[in-house]
Design a protein around this ligand. Structure first.
Ligand SMILES: Cc1cc2nc3c(=O)[nH]c(=O)nc-3n(C[C@H](O)[C@H](O)[C@H](O)COP(=O)(O)O)c2cc1C
Length: 368
């Protein structure tokens, strides 16, 4: 049996104890008001610090970047202080942690913006809804979103500055690096695709122009914190959320060339994680591997056997696990010793208390 998953690894100068990554997972439990992380969040992440690397839940770079209730931010002093609790607890437990930088773009609701419309590359609505808690009833539910407002060019430059400031704040809060969220149909992804970006200026139209926002953000973040602390997550095969762009694969391959030239820390690829999504092709894996030789992380319904196989093939260097980490804080040990995996409570994923969050136990051996 292969043991590649448990080999030590590295991201530049950052040593990792294994090749297992905890995938970014929104859990919507920041302190309200203020969207600041807290001691309960620190305990949750520290419990999972035996992963070689943790990628934090998506974290808004500005109030405008928010699209779900109770998600944390990284733009206020209070939020930076809150994140310090998290990074300290993870480091004390021997782990490593990157912060995921997030701007949701059109996947948002006026309720988060004082009644103003969410923003996007273009005024094109998306198919789907967002999770929000009704302010009056306190009940969470899924809400449809209105057609967004197209950003002016000066506003796009200002958002690039927001990414820069957020990255600086993340390093000040003790993170080992930052992962730019370029996947899953959020703002950066919206710029990449012809389905959501119908601009005719320097930020839309040709492949090169659709890539401009990604490049500007990567340049700003890597200039601010160093390319060795800058990473990105992309979702080439996403079709949901109005993102079925016919040009996305060549666009992402061109992005991979750029990211390789910038010598960023890693490229994180989201694979099919919902039932009707197109499968990743081996041809595409080989194409991206030939362009991007620094570490590639893959995520999406991996188990031990599939993880071993992809690592053996050389087409990925680390494997991220999302859902299995929810109820198995000691997932690396359970995979290594082939221990049973616990199931999570789906009703406790977003928002709420310690229940379904920090109360999942590490494996307790039966006493002899
Ligand atoms: C509860 C939950 C929250 C998630 N939140 C995020 C997020 O904040 N950022 C992100 O890039 N992906 C997010 N994802 C996607 C995961 O990172 C991962 O790609 C996906 O769950 C597939 O991996 P898995 O099959 O091992 O769970 C989330 C997934 C789940 C289940």
């Amino acid at each position: 049996m292969s043991n590649r998953l448990f080999e030590p690894s590295a991201l530049g100068d950052i040593a990792l104890t294994n090749r297992i990554v905890m995938a970014p997972m929104t859990r919507a439990r920041s302190t309200q008001p203020g969207d600041a992380p807290n001691a309960m969040n620190a305990q949750y992440y520290a419990q999972r610090a035996s992963a070689g690397l943790i990628v934090s839940e998506a974290t808004q770079i500005s109030p405008q970047g928010k699209g779900y209730s109770f998600t944390p931010g990284i733009y206020s002093d209070e939020q930076v202080e809150g994140w310090r609790l998290v990074t300290r607890a993870v480091h004390d437990a021997g782990g490593r942690i990157f912060l995921q930088l997030w701007h949701v773009g059109r996947m948002s609701h006026p309720a988060f913006h004082g009644g103003d419309l969410p923003v996007a590359p273009s005024a094109v609505p998306f198919e789907g809804s967002i999770w929000m808690v009704d302010q009056e009833t306190g009940v969470g539910g899924m809400y449809d979103c209105p057609t967004p407002r197209a950003l002016a060019v000066e506003e796009i430059h200002a958002i690039v500055d927001d990414y820069r400031r957020a990255a600086r704040n993340a390093i000040a809060a003790g993170f080992d690096g930052v992962e730019i969220h370029g996947a899953n149909g959020y703002l950066l992804d919206q710029f990449l695709r012809t389905t959501s970006n119908v601009r005719t200026d320097e930020f839309g139209g040709s492949r090169e122009k659709r890539l401009r926002f990604l490049k500007d953000v990567v340049d700003a973040v890597s200039d601010e914190v160093g390319s060795d602390k800058t990473a990105i997550r992309l979702a080439p095969f996403l079709t949901a959320r109005g993102m079925a762009c016919p040009d996305i694969l060549p666009t992402i391959l061109e992005a991979a060339d750029y990211l390789a030239s910038k010598q960023i820390a890693y490229l994180h690829l989201v694979e099919a994680d919902w039932d009707d999504a197109p499968e990743f092709t081996d041809e595409f894996r080989r194409e991206i591997r030939s362009r991007f030789t620094a570490p590639i992380i893959v995520a999406g319904k991996y188990d031990k056997a599939r993880a071993d196989a992809i690592l053996e093939s050389g087409l990925a260097d680390l494997v991220a696990f999302g859902r299995p980490f929810v109820a198995n804080p000691d997932l690396p040990r359970r995979l290594a010793e082939q221990l049973p995996l616990a199931d999570f409570d789906g009703a406790a994923l977003f928002g709420g208390s310690r229940q379904g969050y920090t109360d999942y136990k590490a494996w307790i051996p039966a006493t002899a």
